[in-house]
Design a protein around this ligand. Structure first.
Ligand code: GLU
Ligand code: MG
Length: 418
C-alpha cells in the first residue's frame, strides 16, 4: 500500500499473466485518480504473449479487441529506493471497455472462485505462499540453512525486508534452503486475493532487490535439470461467516479428525482433481522435472499428514501451552511453482475444493506410506495416481477432466492451452 504522494513519478499498472509474467503500462502518478475510473488500454492478445515473447499461432485473440486495466490502489507498492532505482508497481483488474469484468482476467478468476466459496459455503479463505528461488552471482557456494549462506546475502536480505515492510508485504521468513544457491521467502497468511497479490508483488520485489547487487533471482521450478527444484507451496485455511477458524484442529488424534468436514470435502476435491490441477499450478515443461518422486515436491495426489512428499499435506500445528491448534490449522498444496499465475493457481485450488464441497465428498484417507513403494494394487485401493510427468500429459489431464475443463472461461481456456 502506498502512503506517500508520488507526483513526478510513473506508476506501472500491471497484470500477472497466465504464465506468471507481470506486464502492463506506466502512467504518470498525477493521472492515477482518473485512471482508477477509465483504466489503461490493454489488448486481449497480450494475455497470450508467451514467456519467450511470441504469440502462439492457435491463440484465440488476434489484432482485434480492446480492454482496460483498472488499477487496484491497495496493491500499489514502491519497488526500489534506498539508493537503488525505484518505481511504483500497481496491480489491476482487466475489464471490457464498458467496465464489466473481462471473462479471461486471471485476478477476476480468483475473485470469482473466492466469492463462490463464500456465497455457497460461508467460507473465507486465508492463504500464504512459500516461494523458493535460486540466486546466481553469489560470491561463493552456499550450504543448506547455514548462517554463512545467509550472511552472503546480507545487503540483499535487509533490502528485501526494508522494501517489503515499506510496501506492507507481510514477510514471515527468509532462509537459505537445501539446494545450492537456493533461498526461500515466506509470507504471513492473508485473505486469498490479497495473498495472491502479495505473492506477485514480492516476486518482482525480490528480483529487483537482487539486481541491485548484480544477482539474478530465478524462480524457475528447475533452474538446472540435476539440481534442486524451486516450489511454490500454497498454504490455505478457512474462517466461517463469524470469522471463527473453520479448518479443524489439524491434530491427527482429534476424535473428529484432523480437519473439519467442510475442509475435508474441499481437500477431497483437490485430491480428486490434482492431475488436472497440475496444468494450472505447474504450467511449464521444467515443472515436470521437479514433480518427481523423492524430491520433496509432489509426485502423487496423496493427502499427507506433515509429509513433504504429499501433493496436499496437513501442516503441523503447535500444542504448546496457550496455543490454539484451530487458529493454526492449515493445508499445504505442493504441486505448484512460479510459472503459474498465483491467481490462476489459487483460483484453481478453490474451484477444485468447490467441486469437493458441492459433491459432499468425505475427507480423503491419509496416505501413510510412500506411494512410490506401494504396489499398483495398493495405490489403486486409495486411489492414488501418479501426477502427470510432462506438461503435455498435464494439459491432457486438464482437458479430460470434465469439471476442471470448465473452470476457466472458454476464451481463457483456449488462451491457456495455446
Ligand atoms: N524444494 C522442494 C520443492 O521443490 C521443497 C522443499 C521443502 O521446502 O519442503 O518443492
Ligand atoms: Mg522450502
Amino acid at each position: 500500500m502506498l502512503a506517500a504522494n508520488h507526483d513526478g513519478e510513473w506508476v506501472m499498472v500491471s497484470t500477472c499473466d497466465l504464465a506468471g509474467v507481470v506486464r502492463g503500462k506506466a502512467v504518470p502518478w498525477r493521472d492515477l485518480p482518473g485512471r482508477l475510473e477509465s483504466g489503461i488500454g490493454w489488448v486481449p492478445a497480450n494475455q497470450t504473449i508467451d514467456p519467450f515473447g511470441g504469440i502462439p499461432a492457435d491463440a484465440p485473440y488476434g489484432a482485434l479487441g480492446d480492454l482496460r486495466l483498472i488499477p487496484v490502489p491497495e496493491t500499489g507498492v514502491r519497488i526500489g529506493g534506498d539508493g537503488a532505482p525505484s518505481q511504483v508497481l500497481m496491480l489491476s483488474d482487466i475489464v471490457e471497455t464498458d467496465g464489466s469484468p473481462w471473462a479471461a482476467c486471471p485476478r477476476q478468476f480468483l475473485a470469482d472462485a473466492l466469492a463462490a466459496l463464500q456465497a455457497e459455503f460461508g467460507l473465507t479463505m486465508l492463504a500464504a505462499f512459500e516461494q523458493e528461488f535460486t540466486l546466481s552471482g553469489l560470491p561463493g557456494d552456499t550450504a543448506s540453512f547455514a548462517f554463512r549462506s545467509f550472511q552472503m546475502v546480507a545487503p540483499l536480505a535487509d533490502r528485501i525486508e526494508a522494501w517489503s515492510s515499506r510496501a506492507g508485504l507481510p514477510l514471515e521468513q527468509l532462509l537459505p534452503e537445501y539446494g545450492g544457491m537456493q533461498y526461500e521467502i515466506t509470507m504471513k497468511p492473508a485473505e486469498g486475493l490479497a495473498a495472491a497479490d502479495q505473492t506477485v508483488l514480492l516476486r518482482e520485489l525480490v528480483i529487483a532487490a537482487a539486481r541491485v547487487d548484480g544477482m539474478k533471482a530465478s524462480f524457475s521450478p528447475k533452474p538446472s535439470a540435476d539440481g534442486i527444484g524451486n516450489g511454490v507451496h500454497i498454504h490455505f485455511s478457512f474462517r466461517d461467516r463469524d470469522g471463527r477458524p473453520a479448518t479443524g484442529s489439524g491434530l491427527l488424534d482429534d476424535p473428529a479428525g484432523p480437519v473439519s468436514p467442510l475442509a475435508g470435502s474441499f481437500c477431497a476435491g483437490i485430491i480428486r482433481h490434482m492431475p488436472a490441477l497440475c496444468a494450472l499450478t505447474a504450467p511449464s515443461p521444467p515443472s515436470y522435472l521437479r514433480l518427481v518422486p523423492h524430491s520433496w515436491s509432489a509426485a502423487y495426489n496423496s493427502f499427507g499428514y506433515r509429509d513433504r512428499e504429499a501433493g496436499l499435506r496437513i501442516s503441523p500445528v503447535l500444542t504448546m501451552p496457550g496455543m490454539d491448534p484451530a487458529e493454526q490449522a492449515n493445508m499445504e498444496y505442493r504441486a505448484a511453482d512460479a510459472c503459474a499465475s498465483p491467481y490462476i493457481a489459487l483460483g484453481a485450488l478453490v474451484r477444485a475444493g468447490l467441486e469437493g464441497l458441492r459433491a459432499g465428498l468425505q475427507t480423503p484417507p491419509l496416505t501413510a506410506a510412500d506411494p512410490e513403494q506401494m504396489s499398483a494394487a495398493e495405490r489403486q485401493a486409495t486411489p492414488l495416481v501418479r501426477l502427470p510427468d510432462s506438461l503435455d500429459a498435464a494439459l491432457e489431464a486438464l482437458q479430460s477432466d470434465k469439471a476442471a475443463n470448465g473452470w476457466l472461461a472458454p476464451g481463457q481456456r483456449q488462451a491457456f492451452l495455446a
